[in-house]
Each structure stands twice: as structure tokens, then as C-alpha cells.
Design a protein around this ligand. Structure first.
Ligand code: ATP
Ligand code: MG
Length: 256
């Protein structure tokens, strides 16, 4: 028991040491599933990389990893060096990606309970050779369970970005995630509203959906960092694994 505790303390210290080489650490979360956390993570990473920053992505969604697919890296394997596991580099901007998907056979689900996931996640962060980075972006799984708790606890974050869609149901779940982050002394940097509006490709008319995100932002004194439309092209680029080629930068002009 004592030994286990010591091992955990050492792991946590190792994570903290690794993180000192990374200037900014941001987690993308929501609480709600399927709202676009992984897409926002990828777009944010590309935004920073286009500014010439060194960027890494930790895919912390062990049960439903999506980051390798978005960057067309599903068949890649990380190499190991004396510093640990080397992240896989994306083809265009050399974003350093680490995902459990690189270690699991295609199509096979990881069947683990919470304590196991927590342990592997900590091992994973501690033993990845991130090198010096300007930004590490963590793609969180849905929910407010073991993984978000572990990430908020173990990784010294600048803060979290909450992803919402303009629906009351989403807002009520994102609200819980905001409260969770604040309870764990983590700053909420702002909200990204995804699937905010739809621009008709034929007539150019913009259809806006609800206003639940701006109401939520006002209630918690948060800014809406970016609004991303529901767009066929974005989904196509993501599905094709070429999110780095997607032209529009929704974070341009944001104060991140
Ligand atoms: N703005 C958008 N326009 C069109 N399609 C989108 C948009 N945002 C996300 N999608 C699509 O919606 C699906 C879900 O997005 P994504 O995987 O990023 O959500 P998630 O919140 O990470 O989901 P999970 O909770 O499963 O991790 C994907 O197929 C993605 O390509
Ligand atoms: Mg995801």
C-alpha cells in the first residue's frame, strides 16, 4: 500500500517536471459528448502551429480516441527513446501527438475501469517525451469522470476551454463541467461554441441556432472565444484526416 502511494507520488512529480518544458497547457473539455471537443482541439492546435508555435496534443480520450484520425495518423506508432515515448508528428505542421490509439490494435476497444485508466493516463503523460513545447492541448473525453479529474489534478493547466453547442441541454451539462473545473481550482479560459450557425451554400443566408451559450457565458462571466459553424467541409476534412489543410481559422483574433 505504502509502496503504491510512493509510486503515485513519483509519477505525479515526474509529470510536473515534464510540464516545466511546456509554456502553456490547455485542456479542451465539455462534459457533453459529441459536441466537437476533438475537432476544436485539432483546430486550436493548427491555429497555434500556423503562428510558428511548437504544439503537442495529448489525446486523453482513451475509450474513444479521435485525434489520430483527424490528422491521418491511425497507422502510426510512437518510437521509444531514452527520454521515453516519442510523440507521432503530424505531416504538415509537425504537431506532436500522443494517443493510446497508437498502442492498441485497430478496432479494439480498451476495456478498463476507472483506477486502471487513471494509472495508465499518468504513466502515459509521465513517460512521453514532449520536449520543449509552446502549447500542449489535452483532448478530454466526454463526462466529468476519472480522466478529467486526473488531468485537472495532475497537469498544471493554464486553464480549460469549454466546448458547447447552442442547445439548452448542452448548456446544462457544460455548466457542470465549468463548476467542476472551478471546484478543482482550474481557470475556465472561455467557451467555444461549435455548430453555432449554418451558412446556406446556395443563398449565403446564415441560420443561427439558440442563444444558450451566450446566456451561459454571461452567467459565469466567461468570454465566447470562438463560434464555429456547422459546416460540411469541416466534417469532410476531419473525416479525410486532413484537418491541417482546412483553411478557416476560427481562433484568429481571439486572445488565446
Ligand atoms: N462544426 C462542425 N461542422 C460539421 N461537423 C462537425 C463540426 N464539429 C464537429 N463535427 C463532426 O461531429 C462529429 C463529432 O465531433 P468530435 O469528435 O470533435 O466531438 P467530441 O466532442 O470530441 O466527441 P466525443 O465526446 O465522442 O469525444 C465528428 O464527426 C466531427 O467531424
Ligand atoms: Mg472527442
Amino acid at each position: 500500500m505504502q509502496e503504491k502511494k510512493q509510486e503515485k507520488i513519483e509519477l505525479e512529480e515526474q509529470i510536473k517536471r515534464k510540464m516545466t518544458h511546456i509554456k502553456h497547457r490547455i485542456a479542451v473539455m465539455s462534459g457533453k459528448g459529441g459536441v466537437g471537443k476533438s475537432t476544436v482541439t485539432a483546430l486550436l492546435a493548427v491555429h497555434f502551429a500556423r503562428q510558428g508555435r511548437l504544439v503537442g496534443i495529448l489525446d486523453a480520450d482513451f475509450l474513444g480516441p479521435s485525434i489520430p484520425k483527424l490528422f491521418g495518423l491511425e497507422r502510426k506508432k510512437p518510437l521509444s527513446s531514452i527520454d521515453g515515448l516519442e510523440p507521432v508528428l503530424t505531416s504538415k505542421y509537425a504537431i506532436r501527438v500522443m494517443s493510446l490509439q497508437f498502442m492498441t490494435p485497430e478496432g479494439i476497444a480498451v476495456v478498463w475501469r476507472g483506477p486502471m485508466i487513471t494509472k495508465v493516463l499518468e504513466d502515459f503523460v509521465a513517460h512521453t517525451s514532449w520536449g520543449n513545447l509552446d502549447y500542449l492541448i489535452v483532448d478530454m473525453p466526454p463526462g466529468t469522470g476519472d480522466v478529467p479529474i486526473t488531468v485537472l489534478q495532475d497537469i498544471p493547466l493554464d486553464g480549460t476551454i469549454m466546448v458547447a453547442t447552442p442547445h439548452d441541454l448542452t448548456a446544462s451539462i457544460v455548466e457542470r463541467a465549468i463548476n467542476m473545473a472551478r471546484t478543482m481550482d482550474t481557470e475556465v479560459l472561455g467557451i467555444v461554441e461549435n455548430m453555432s450557425y449554418y451558412r446556406c451554400p446556395e443563398c449565403g443566408r446564415i441560420a443561427r441556432f439558440g442563444s444558450s451559450t451566450s446566456l451561459l457565458a454571461r452567467k459565469y462571466g466567461l468570454k465566447v472565444i470562438a463560434s464555429i459553424p456547422l459546416e460540411e467541409d469541416l466534417a469532410r476534412y476531419c473525416d479525410a484526416g486532413i484537418v491541417e489543410e482546412y483553411k478557416t481559422d476560427y481562433f484568429e483574433g481571439s486572445e488565446l
